[in-house]
Design a protein around this ligand. Structure first.
Ligand code: PAF
Length: 289
C-alpha cells in the first residue's frame, strides 16, 4: 500500500492505473469493521482501491467534536493495508483547503431535515469535500455506508446534479453482535452508555416488527420508537423521523422505500442509526382506505 499526502502525488500515482477501474472509500479514519466492509466491497468491484483519511473540519460545527475526533494513522494504515487498500490518501487541511478557497457545494432540500436540521452546514461540508475528493481521485465507484443514509442520498443527488462520472455504491450497516451500529464515535461511550445505546437498534427492530405485522402509519411507528427510547435513562433524543427514501419527504403512510432514522445523545456522544423498510403501493392504499 502506498501512502500519499498531496494531490499532485496522488495524480502521479494513479496515472499508471487509469486503464483499470478505481474504487474509492472516503473516510475520516479511526477505521472499524464498517470501513473495512466498504474496502471489501470495493475490492470485489474495482481493480484498484483508494481510501482517503481526512477529518474534514468544514463538516463540523464550532460546538462539535472536531478537536476530539479520534485519530490514529498508524493503526489505520495497518488496517487499510491488511484489508487490501492500494493507495491511502491522507491530505492535510492546508492541502485540502488551500488559503483563498472560496467554493462550497450545497445540495438543497434533502439536506434540510434529519442530521441537516440538527447540524446546520454539515452537508455543505460533506458535499464540498466529497466533490473535491472525487475530482482528486476520479474513481469509477465510490462506497458509502448506509448508517449515514441521508449522506448517501445527498451524495447520490450531488453526483447526478453535477454530472460527476462516478457510481455511488451504498453498503449495508455493519453492527456489533448485540446490534449497535459501528461508528468511530462509539469509543466515546462509557460502559453504561454503551449498554444503554443498544436501545437504538432495539427500538428500530420494534418498529420493523410492527411494520411486519401490518402497521403502515408513520406516526405510530415513530411513537413506538419514541416510547422505547424515552424509557432509557441516559438517552436524549435529537430526532426520530420516518421519511420517504431517498427523497426524504415527510409521509403519513408508508409506501415505497421508507427511511426510519434517529439521532440520540448519550452524554456528549451523538449516535445515529436507521432502517429502510419497503412497503408496497397496494398495501399503503389499503391502509389509507
Ligand atoms: O462519512 C464520512 O466519514 C464523511 O462524512 C466523509 C464521507 C468521509 C466526508 O468527510
Amino acid at each position: 500500500m502506498k501512502t500519499i499526502f498531496t494531490v499532485k502525488e496522488l495524480r502521479e500515482a494513479l496515472k499508471p492505473v487509469r486503464s483499470q477501474t478505481v474504487g474509492f472509500v472516503p473516510t475520516m479514519g479511526y477505521l472499524h469493521e464498517g470501513h473495512l466492509s466498504l474496502v471489501k466491497r470495493a475490492k470485489e468491484t474495482a481493480d484498484v482501491v483508494v481510501m482517503s483519511i481526512f477529518v474534514n473540519p468544514i463538516q463540523f460545527s464550532p460546538n462539535e467534536d472536531l478537536s476530539h475526533y479520534p485519530r490514529d494513522l498508524e493503526r489505520d494504515s495497518l488496517l487499510a493495508s491488511k484489508a487490501g487498500v492500494d493507495f491511502l490518501f491522507v491530505p492535510t487541511v492546508e492541502e485540502m483547503y488551500p488559503a483563498g478557497s472560496k467554493t462550497m457545494v450545497t445540495v438543497k432540500e434533502i439536506t434540510e431535515s434529519l442530521c441537516g436540521a440538527s447540524r446546520p452546514g454539515h452537508f455543505d461540508g460533506v458535499a464540498t469535500v466529497v466533490t473535491k475528493l472525487f475530482n482528486m481521485v476520479q474513481p469509477d465507484y465510490a462506497f458509502f455506508g448506509m448508517k449515514d443514509a441521508q449522506q448517501v442520498a445527498v451524495i447520490q443527488q450531488m453526483t447526478k446534479d453535477l454530472n460527476i462520472p462516478v457510481e455511488i455504491i451504498p453498503c449495508e450497516i455493519v453492527r456489533e453482535e448485540d446490534g449497535l451500529a459501528l461508528s468511530s464515535r462509539n469509543v466515546y461511550l462509557s460502559e453504561e452508555e454503551r449498554r444503554q445505546a443498544l436501545v437504538l437498534s432495539h427500538s428500530l427492530q420494534e418498529a420493523k416488527a410492527a411494520f411486519s405485522r401490518g402497521e403502515k402509519d408513520a406516526a405510530v411507528l415513530r411513537r413506538i420508537i419514541e416510547n422505547t427510547i424515552s424509557e432509557t435513562l441516559l438517552a436524549d433524543i435529537d430526532y426520530i423521523e420516518v421519511r420517504s427514501y431517498p427523497a426524504l419527504e415527510e409521509i403519513q403512510t408508508l409506501t415505497g422505500d421508507v427511511l426510519i432514522a434517529l439521532a440520540v445523545r448519550f452524554g456528549r456522544t451523538r449516535l445515529i442509526d436507521n432502517i429502510i423498510l419497503t412497503a408496497s403501493q397496494e398495501e399503503a392504499l389499503c391502509s389509507v382506505r
